[in-house]
Design a protein around this ligand. Structure first.
Ligand SMILES: *Cc1c(COP(=O)(O)O)cnc(C)c1O
Length: 362
């Protein structure tokens, strides 16, 4: 069977070249006589894989040496707890902007360990916009300010140029669904994290980038495995890390680098997203659900006028080889997730299908 266009929000489509490289090396990695899966995480070969992946990521995101780069488990969801456990130390409080389900989960987890102030929210409009992030709304007597940088479910994002600058307060960013998809200045953050399964590879590894000044001051109750210091000291080799997922993420990093880096990737993503947004803006039938200024480059939700039409379009799409376009249950309709690995041809083909549907359903 041929590969199809997979618009899944995550785990999501991966670059074909990377899958093929992994396939070639699956049984025997280089001249090791074994698969990466079978390799000791203490071996020299694996050290080359993990430290090599770290180096490439540092280069791609321009991560200064004052930051640690960690390869952890537990998904982005575990970072909802690790961030407060490690960072809520002086004020036992943090500021949150509620931009949807992932922020809500982070808020609820943080409030187990301290005070989680919700300083702005877009819940009044089903999270279809990003609230004004004017610096006056934020507190300065908090341990950090928390933002979800790309809202996978609702299709909004906070680009680098809109990040608030709150003097003395570290910024924490959930970058799960747009890491390496658009450029951010890492120096604006104290902590950034991202699960791998949207833009970096297979599920199982979580990237954490944390300023070293925020490491080592965790709460006493923090389990050893949830202390950033444990993993920083051992360079993510305190216990067995998700070795194959790290190897695979390393291949994806190489692929992004080969394509010209994050800036180039962002340009491609802007072109891709524009194809779909232009169609939506001009359609009499399909409608985007997000206010223009806050639209994500990665996740694009859209709807038809009735549930019946949504269902019919999804049926046609799936029969024509476009998978996983069903919207999240809280938004309904459709959602096209067009991460780095989705080629522009996939988006153009989708728009063509939407155009045909529109002509026959006017
Ligand atoms: C998918 C996602 C998560 C959850 O990631 P897990 O790795 O499944 O824990 C958190 N935040 C955002 C923005 C996401 O897209």
């Amino acid at each position: 069977m041929d590969r199809i266009y997979n618009f899944s929000a995550g785990p999501s489509m991966l670059p074909l070249e990377v899958l093929q490289k992994a396939q070639k090396e699956l049984v025997c990695y280089k001249d090791c006589g074994m698969s990466v899966m079978e390799m000791s995480h203490r071996s020299k070969d694996f050290e080359e894989i993990i430290f090599g992946a770290e180096d490439t990521l540092r280069e791609l995101m321009d991560i200064p040496s004052e930051y640690a780069v960690l390869f952890l488990q537990g998904g982005a969801s575990l970072q909802f707890a690790m961030a407060p456990l490690n960072l809520m130390r002086s004020y036992h409080a943090a500021d949150f902007v509620n931009t949807g389900q992932w922020s809500k989960k982070a808020i609820s987890e943080a409030s187990r360990y301290g005070v989680a102030n919700v300083v702005a929210s877009s819940e009044d409009a089903m999270f279809n916009y990003i609230p004004d992030l004017n610096e006056d709304i934020f507190n300065t007597e908090v341990d950090y300010t928390y933002l979800t940088l790309n809202n996978t479910i609702y299709g909004t994002h906070i680009p680098n140029e809109n990040l608030p600058n709150i003097p003395g307060v570290p910024l924490v960013g959930d970058m799960s669904s747009n890491i390496l998809g658009e450029a951010y200045d890492i120096k604006k953050f104290g902590l950034v994290f991202a699960g791998a399964q949207k833009n970096l590879g297979q599920a199982g590894v979580t990237i954490v980038i944390v300023h070293k000044s925020l490491i080592g001051n965790h709460m006493d109750i923090t389990p050893t495995m949830l202390q950033y210091s444990t993993h920083e000291k051992e360079r993510s080799l305190y216990n067995t890390p998700p070795t194959y997922a790290i190897y695979f993420a390393g291949l994806v990093f190489d692929w992004v680098k080969q394509l010209g880096g994050v800036g180039e990737m962002q340009k491609l993503n802007e072109e891709k997203a524009a194809v779909l947004y232009d169609f939506l803006d001009n359609s009499q039938l399909f409608k985007g659900t997000v206010v223009k200024k806050d639209r994500s480059l990665m996740n694009i939700p859209f709807v038809l006028p009735t549930d019946e039409l949504n269902a019919e379009f999804l049926k046609q799409a799936s029969a024509s080889g476009f998978a996983n376009l069903k919207g999240h249950r809280s938004v309904g309709g459709m959602r096209a997730s067009i991460y780095n690995a989705m080629p522009i041809e996939g988006v153009k083909a989708l728009v063509e299908l939407m155009g045909k549907f529109e002509i026959t359903h006017k």
